[in-house]
Design a protein around this ligand. Structure first.
Ligand SMILES: NC(=O)c1ccc[n+]([C@@H]2O[C@H](COP(=O)([O-])OP(=O)(O)OC[C@H]3O[C@@H](n4cnc5c(N)ncnc54)[C@H](O)[C@@H]3O)[C@@H](O)[C@H]2O)c1
Length: 346
């Protein structure tokens, strides 16, 4: 019989890709999402329950109706910068959702959960690449909510709940078949911002700091293809079939790319100009974040298929081109005269 998995946040960017991979692996994904940032049309591989994970009654009803084998918990707010300005929003939503899920799991005797954690748990790392054993000292409330959720999961391993926390680095790209892509409102992630600029929907990309101790002076990040990330969730579920306790794995590319590397790769892929404006560095932004994903390869048998940055950008661009807004673009050659390229403001 097909195993059902409740996927909280399954209407969002990563969650929708996770559902596609679950379905491919023979599971039935049941999405539980309040659509605060998700998209109904991204739910294609199983039923959608529109509800808030913090609403115990709605969650309990969904668990009783669908009798899930396991849970994948992606629901939450995701913008680290916003979490500094409005910490209560993040502590409220991101912690309440994890707590409520654990309560409902105990009540309905569901014993396996895979959790979307983040590289933000590490804060500013003391060495690169970052291993799971590195000190965890988040520098913003978003990172703290991930670390606290991981702690709640560890504590619940004493109550028969086994968990895997997947610490994602920067999720990038889009479904290679072009069915799904990244759409956050407001968008804060670099690759979609760069592609929207290439598409003429934005005048420029803000680059926060160009005097960091890196080869081109801009911050370095690790971009992992969202479909590679999604497959790791299926492997984590399989691992939980034979393991108890609370585990954590980094998921990243293992290679770092600077902000300007990303912009120039996007210019290559799209054939369009991407003007930038240099802004002041953002407080607390780590210079370099690159994952050591050795543990995920060794213990989950996880492999990357799309580690190449240009392929990630190509998949994201293909998806952008398929979406309605971008078909109304002005041609790039008309834009060049409208914006001042590469203005330095500091
Ligand atoms: N995108 C990344 O690069 C990245 C990196 C590290 C960790 N993560 C984590 O991965 C998860 C998914 O990220 P994403 O980029 O797909 O974000 P997203 O905003 O696209 O998806 C989150 C989904 O959760 C839903 N949601 C939020 N609060 C909810 C609630 N209380 N009840 C029900 N649904 C709720 C939203 O409607 C949305 O569909 C998040 O937990 C995020 O912190 C993402």
């Amino acid at each position: 019989m097909q195993k059902t998995v409740v996927v909280t946040g399954g209407a969002g960017f990563i969650g929708s890709h996770v559902c596609k991979e679950l379905s491919r692996a023979g599971y039935l994904p049941v999405v539980f999402d309040n659509l605060s940032n998700g998209h109904r049309e991204s739910v294609r591989w199983g039923p959608l329950t529109v509800g808030d994970v913090a609403d115990a009654e709605a969650l309990l009803t969904a668990f009783k109706v669908h009798s899930p084998h396991a849970v994948i918990h992606l629901a939450g707010y995701i913008a680290a910068g916003e979490s500094v300005e409005d910490p209560a929003k993040y502590y409220g939503n991101n912690l309440r959702t994890t707590l409520m899920l654990l309560e409902v799991m105990r009540e309905t005797k569901v014993s396996k959960i895979v959790f979307s954690s983040s590289a933000a748990v590490y804060g500013t790392p003391d060495g690169i690449p970052i291993k799971e054993t590195a000190p965890m000292l988040p520098t913003n409330p978003y990172g703290h909510t991930k670390l606290m959720s991981e702690q709640m999961l560890r504590d619940h391993s004493n109550c028969g709940i086994s968990s895997i926390s997947l610490r994602y680095f920067n999720a990038a790209g889009a479904d290679p078949d072009g069915e799904l892509g990244e759409r956050h409102e407001p968008e804060t992630h670099l690759i979609p911002l760069v592609l929207e600029t290439a598409a003429g929907l934005r005048s420029h990309v803000d680059v926060f700091g160009d005097h960091y101790p890196t080869p081109d002076g801009t911050c370095i990040r690790d971009y992992i293809h969202v479909s590679d990330l999604a497959r790791a969730h299926v492997l984590a579920l399989k691992r939980l079939e034979n393991a108890d306790g609370a585990m954590a794995f980094n998921l990243g590319n293992g290679n770092g790319f600077s902000v300007l590397d990303v912009i120039s790769a996007a210019e290559q892929v799209t054939g369009r100009n991407v003007p930038v404006v240099i802004r002041d560095p953002r407080p607390g932004d780590p210079v370099t974040l690159v994952a050591d994903a050795t543990r995920a390869r060794a213990e989950l048998d996880w492999r990357q298929e799309f580690g190449d940055l240009e392929i990630q950008i190509r998949h994201a661009w293909n998806w952008h081109l398929r979406t309605a807004g971008i078909r109304t673009l002005r041609p790039a050659r008309n834009r060049r005269a409208e914006v001042e390229p590469r203005i330095a403001t500091n």
